[in-house]
Structure formats: C-alpha cells, structure tokens
Write a protein that binds this ligand. Structure first.
Ligand code: PNS
Length: 164
C-alpha cells in the first residue's frame, strides 16, 4: 500500500521522524507531502524544508520515502500520487478534534480516501515546530526536538540575526 504523510514540516522534528518510521513499517511506499497550512505563517523556504526532510530521513536510515511539495489541496496531491491512505500524527485531544474534522472533509472531497491517526509516543507528544522555533529564537538547546541537520540550520539563522 502507498500512503501520504502530509504536513507543513516547518521544520521537520524528531516527532515527525518517529511517526514516519512507524508509518513506514506498515506501508510499502510513503509519500511525505509538504503543503500549505493557511493558519500558519511560513518560516523556512519550501525547498529547504524538502532538503531537510530528505537529509533527516537519510540520517535515520529511512528509505523508500518520496518527498513532494504542493500549494494545492491534499486530496488532489494524494490522487496524483496514487495514495488512498493519509497518515497523520495526533499528540493530544485538541489534535484529535481538528484532525477528525480534516479527515472527514478530505473523505468528502475524495470518496475512498481514508485517514488513520498515529498517536505520538512519549516526549514527542510535547513537540511542535512552533515551540521549537521559539526555543531556537531564545538560544535554547533544540537537540532534544530536532534532527542534527535542522539544529544546524536553526543555529545559523538565529546566530546570523544576532550579528546584524
Ligand atoms: O503540519 P500541519 O500544519 O498540521 O499540516 C496541515 C496540512 C498542511 C496537512 C493542512 O493544512 C493541509 O492539508 N493543507 C493543504 C490544503 C488542504 O487540502 N486543505 C484542506 C484540508 S481539509
């Protein structure tokens, strides 16, 4: 089976990577889709997010993964990539509420498209990209939350800002 794992990945976190590894264990092909979330202001350029996902997956030894990006609807991208399954992570009950609404809307937009949720495990339930950006801005240690390649990028961005 081929599944799609969508998100804004701004940037990819250890929580995302853990979910990707678990998803990969029960699907044959996994498409990671970087999409636009209209509720979030973008931080990293899309191509940099893509490179970081690819590098982080490589660092973790996760293969058989394709990374794509699009500015349109998730359902259209799922169809274009031959995916009938969406995989999303949920960290808490608030996530479950919003994700259920999204899953329902996507199934109405493309009948036959199913969504399954993977619960975030342990410490990963506390991780969000926005929290990590906040920690990085204030020069906190992000190594608990992001893969090494993302940590380097965050440090470069915020150290450069200091020198201005
Ligand atoms: O990582 P995020 O920000 O929680 O991911 C949300 C995302 C990007 C998957 C969602 O906003 C999305 O699907 N955007 C694409 C546009 C779309 O299809 N919107 C309708 C969703 S019901």
């Amino acid at each position: 089976m081929k599944a799609i794992f969508p998100g804004s990945f701004d940037p990819i976190t250890n929580g995302h990577l853990e979910l990707i590894a678990r998803a990969k264990a029960f699907v044959d092909d996994l498409v990671i889709a970087i999409l636009h979330n209209p509720d979030k202001a973008g931080f990293l350029p899309i191509m940099q997010r893509k490179e970081l996902i690819e590098q982080a997956c490589l660092e973790r030894g996760l293969d058989g993964i394709t990374v794509v990006q699009d500015s349109g609807l998730l359902v259209d991208l799922a169809k274009a990539n031959g995916c009938r399954l969406i995989i999303r992570g949920v960290r808490n009950t608030a996530d479950l509420d919003s994700e259920s609404a999204m899953a329902h809307a996507n199934a109405l937009l493309l009948p036959g498209l199913e969504t399954i949720f993977l619960p975030a495990h342990g410490n990963h339930a506390a991780i969000s990209s926005s929290l990590i950006r906040q920690i990085a801005t204030l020069k906190g240690d992000t190594s608990h939350f992001v893969p090494p390649c993302v940590q380097v990028v965050l440090e470069n961005i915020y150290n450069k800002q200091d020198r201005k």
